[in-house]
Design a protein around this ligand. Structure first.
Ligand SMILES: Nc1ncnc2c1ncn2[C@@H]1O[C@H](COP(=O)(O)OP(=O)(O)OP(=O)(O)O)[C@@H](O)[C@H]1O
Ligand SMILES: [Mg+2]
Length: 512
């Protein structure tokens, strides 16, 4: 075939793939070749068709047209299971494992080894040993008998990869596996990917992080509105060119030249909305003092597991503090449950889209209205006309890509679902909004636009607690910052007092 390059034939070829959903052409005439021993990254804006392409490849969707060749043979996987048996394994955007089952069970799910030549009871011992061996290949040494849920997401993803190895995958597909990992975890994952690549595996990777793309990929395919814009060797494509190709602007629009710092809040910022003194919880977070001002962004930085989310949960009444006091607008309050927090005017847009977020069968409108409706009381139904206005406004303001507001949210791309969840909390017009990785999965350009929009709202009087693993973004947006390290406060700073390097020093515990 003509796709043989330097004598190496592709493992997998997608040719002339078409896939449409009602009202949306998700993929139009897309061609992609995957070679053994390479990392090939798919890039594109939210809704460009990346996940759809992967789902076509792995038997979740049947393409309307086009073919898939594995080693030159035509295949038509009808399920992820079939794709897996053919050697094509996927780790999805949201880890799709069973949190209550043990690590070993998750690796072997659907293919438990049995005694007596496969007819006897489950061979737990064999399962355990084999799981340990697989994970050791990934340099992960954990107790495989513990439930998966006790481990952080990064480990859960490794488990998903181990599962892929079990079925001796030749093609490994990862759809935004790093969106919730911290830097060290990303490095761990990348080391695993490099090892697998060197063993000859073909890896198809999706991410919105440009740094990661340049670090790990050999080649990049850019999708735009469901069309393949082009394929490039990484070395041949600058970041600026890449973003322009994703967005579809020619020439050198100065998108990256000037990522503007968000203007700071007026000097003597608004009143203190919320003040916590000595707020902490044993085992989760050492006592902290913080004050959130109306009209200001308060940034939390620190590695994953440093206590960022723990602090947010205490402030939202999702976990109970066992030390400290809380004042809202100068009045002492106890937030025993999220309900109390919501009534006090606090909103919490969480990073966990899957468990705390989108209700996939409900429409975009219903999903956006949910928090506001809950706060108003379920008996006082918000009039339809008002619902339409609110939902349509946010679809416009946040650039949510959807045929209309009645579309089930489950049929939106991952990044667009995330935007709708943000809209849900903005619609409640909270006095204080906790944003925990609010732009996770949102493409590089929309991310900045959305944060700037949110901060615009904040300047009108909202207090924001902003949590993000992307340090430059926290620095760009925050008026005050708390750096956390090992569940302890590593110091509080005002805008301009820290740059990226000094924050990293604080995180590493090396600050002067
Ligand atoms: N099951 C579905 N039903 C209807 N439309 C769908 C479905 N799945 C995807 N789409 C639409 O197809 C388009 C491509 O979506 P896809 O999920 O492939 O985007 P993506 O590139 O993965 O985006 P993101 O970066 O946000 O994850 C979007 O417009 C999306 O709304
Ligand atoms: Mg996607």
């Amino acid at each position: 075939m003509s796709n043989v390059v330097n004598g190496i034939a592709p493992v997998l070829e997608l040719s002339h793939i078409y896939k449409a959903f009602t009202g949306v052409k998700a993929l139009t005439d897309v061609n992609v070749c995957l070679y053994p021993g390479e990392v090939h990254t798919l890039m594109g804006q939210n809704g460009a068709g990346k996940s759809t392409l992967i789902k076509v490849l792995t038997g979740v969707y049947t393409p309307d047209n086009g073919q898939i060749l594995l080693d030159g043979q035509r295949i038509a996987p009808a399920s992820t299971r079939q794709a897996q048996e053919l050697g094509i394994s996927t780790v999805y955007q949201e880890v799709n494992l069973c949190p209550n089952l043990s690590v070993a069970e998750n690796i072997f799910i659907g293919r438990y080894p049995r005694k007596w030549r496969g007819f006897g009871p489950v061979d737990w011992r064999r399962m355990q040993v084999a799981s340990e061996q697989l994970l050791q290949r990934l340099d992960l040494h954990i107790d495989v008998q513990k439930p998966l849920s006790v481990y952080p997401l990064a480990v859960q993803q490794m488990v998903a990869i181990a599962r892929a190895l079990l079925v001796s995958a030749r093609v490994l597909i990862l759809d935004e596996p790093t969106s919730s990992l911290d830097d060290a975890e990303v490095q761990l994952l990348f080391q695993v990917l490099r090892n697998l690549r060197d063993e000859g595996m073909a890896i198809l990777f999706v991410t919105h992080f440009l740094d990661q793309t340049y670090e790990i990929s050999d080649r990049i395919t850019v999708l735009r509105n469901g069309v393949r814009e082009g394929e490039y060797a990484v070395a041949e494509l600058s970041r600026l060119e890449l973003v322009n190709k994703m967005v579809g602007v020619a020439g050198d629009t100065p998108f990256f030249d000037a990522v503007p710092v968000v203007p700071s809040a007026a000097n003597d910022a608004g009143e203190v909305f919320l003040e916590a003194r000595g707020l902490g919880r044993k085992g989760a977070l050492a006592p902290q003092d913080i004050a959130l001002h109306s009209g200001e962004v308060f940034g939390l930085c620190g590695l994953l597991g440093s206590g960022r989310t723990e602090l947010a949960r205490l402030l939202f009444g999702a976990d109970k503090a066992d030390t400290g006091t809380l004042q809202i607008r100068g009045v002492e309050r106890r937030l025993a449950t999220p309900r109390d927090a919501i009534h006090a005017g606090i909103g919490f847009c969480s990073e966990d889209r899957k468990t705390e977020g989108a209700i996939l069968e409900l429409s975009v409108r219903d999903n956006i209205m949910l928090a506001l409706q809950a706060r108003n009381g379920l008996l006082r139904v918000i009039p339809r006309k008002q619902q339409h206005k609110i939902a349509n406004d946010y679809v416009k303001w946040l650039g949510i890509k959807t045929p209309d507001i009645e579309t089930p949210i489950g049929s939106l791309s991952g990044g667009n679902q995330q935007k709708a969840l943000l809209a849900r909390w903005l619609a409640t017009d909270p006095a204080m909004l906790i944003l925990d990785e609010p732009t996770r999965g949102i493409d590089v350009r929309a991310k900045q636009e959305i944060m700037d929009f949110v901060i615009g709202l904040c300047r009108k009087g909202m207090a924001i607690l902003f949590i993000s693993s992307e340090l430059p973004e926290v620095l760009r947006c925050s008026d005050r910052m708390l750096v956390l390290r090992d569940r302890q406060g590593g110091g509080q700073y005002l805008r301009g007092q820290l740059d990226e390097e000094s924050v990293l020093q604080v995180i590493a515990g090396e600050a002067a």
